[in-house]
Design a protein around this ligand. Sequence first.
Ligand code: 4HQ
Length: 243
Amino acid sequence: MRIDVITIFPEMFAPFLELGVLGRGVAAGLLDVTVHDLRDYTDDPHRSVDDEPYGGGGGMLMTAPPWLAAVRALSRESKPRRILLSPQGRRLDGERVAELAAESHLLLLCGRYEGIDERVIDRVVDEELSIGDYVLSGGEIAAMVVIESVSREIPGVVGLPQSVERDSFRDGLLDFPHYTRPSVVEGLAVPEVLLSGHHAEIEAWRQRKALEATRRKRPDLLTERRDAPAVGKSPCAGLEEEK
Ligand code: 4HQ
């Protein structure tokens, strides 16, 4: 997968793209991320990218011409899905992440200031995408959230395929609790079943703990599930007595 990013702060992306799971995926050529400086698409000596809003109101806006030039220049060889990070966008979730991972080329637009001239959205943006209902100072962190979550869906980026399958949300449930050595921490012992070597029992325990955690911490995930099992066949059935 190819991902291009347009920003006035390209330096923000360097350690993010070099380190950890993503760094390995990039180094292995599993995804090709290129970060572009919006100012390279200006044509004035000051390389300016902002101006005052028509109608007043204070603050500064990003002007349209550098964005139009940058997006068009980066859409020449292939037709990327062009995404503006914005609180006005549809909210990102695991389902959208998986859909974006199926694209061959993404172009992420990171705004700053009070936002971007609306005509950029009219002309060269396919969708606005939000990472949550709060306000950031720029789209860069939001773009990193998209890159990191999407990259994990690319085969080979995450070491063991089973760690992707097991993750929270994969089956619509939160993760089960995890334990490693030492076996006792401040008087708290590891649940016995995990030391038993009974793989079927361990699997059943993990499934039950995942359901319990979801019901307790994120009950909304159980009611929102598209594949929500019919009443009676619910995976939560029988949990009530345990409490
Ligand atoms: N932004 N999800 C960039 C966000 C945001 C979000 C506010 C986008 C500022 C300039 N982006 N502008 N939430 O808060 O994606």
